[in-house]
Design a protein around this ligand. Structure first.
Ligand SMILES: C[S@@+](CC[C@H](N)C(=O)[O-])C[C@H]1O[C@@H](n2cnc3c(N)ncnc32)[C@H](O)[C@@H]1O
Length: 224
């Protein structure tokens, strides 16, 4: 994404070290060691890709910004990363045990989020979780809004219902967690899976205990 090329150096110094990390690790903790995880819109890889690698998983980064990826390769030289657009995700179907996407989806208009989610769903294995940040507003304006980061204009788009959009691509929305002032997190899972006993969920660890297993509708927060 060209706009991120323009702010790649600034982003490295401005992005906080914690946003999204505990949520990503909560998902990672539900997976077997060495699981294949895709970080969609991985940026420079710090802190989220790095945390997933350190948690013992085989992580692959994907991002469309050459500038952000230059930082990624410097930060995580041993971690595979591809320059690609999530709308045309260049991986084989069923390649990943989980996917994470922090701070990316809301840059895409709704029709492009549709394409992005179709691709993420395609590359996930059945039962795999997908944790992403985004904004949901009923009756969301297709035109979105603009904002600036370090003087560069960015576009942001909300979606009316992720439950509906995810369902169109074979995924279930299993929870929504709002961290005020930081992000709203959406946890989805690719069908088919045993809804009463989602794959890999271990409620004994404090991290994974935050992953909701109930599927009767989104809750305000991940279970504490
Ligand atoms: C706010 S940054 C988040 C980076 C990283 N996930 C983090 O937690 O710091 C958004 C990233 O999404 C990437 N991005 C935006 N649109 C994309 C697309 N269509 N395909 C792949 N990456 C995209 C941008 O290049 C940028 O690196």
């Amino acid at each position: 994404m060209l706009e991120y090329d323009l702010i790649a150096n600034w982003y490295s110094t401005d992005r906080g070290a914690t946003a999204g990390v505990s949520e990503a690790l909560a998902v990672a903790a539900t997976l077997p060691a060495q699981s294949r995880m895709l970080d969609v819109g991985c940026g420079n890889g710090v802190p989220i890709t790095e945390a997933l690698v350190n948690a013992g998983h085989r992580v692959v980064g994907l991002d469309s910004s050459a500038g952000m990826l230059a930082h990624f390769r410097a930060n995580l030289p041993a971690t595979p990363v591809v320059r690609a657009d999530v709308r045309d995700c260049p991986f084989a179907s069923g390649s990943f045990d989980a996917a994470i996407s922090w701070g990316m989806l809301f840059h895409l208009p709704r029709s492009d989020q549709d394409r992005a989610l179709a691709n993420v769903s395609r590359v996930l294995k059945p039962g795999a979780p997908f944790l992403f940040t985004a904004t949901e507003i009923e009756g969301a304006d297709e035109g979105g809004i603009t904002g600036t980061m370090n003087g560069v204009t960015f576009h942001y788009y909300a979606v009316a219902s992720y439950r509906t959009l995810l369902a169109a691509h074979g995924m279930a929305l299993v929870d929504v967690h709002d961290e005020p002032g930081v992000s709203t997190y959406y946890l989805a899972r690719k069908w088919p899976f045993d809804a009463a006993n989602p794959p890999g969920t271990k409620l004994s660890s404090s991290h994974s205990a935050r992953i909701v297993v109930a599927l009767d509708g989104p809750t305000d927060h991940f279970r504490q």
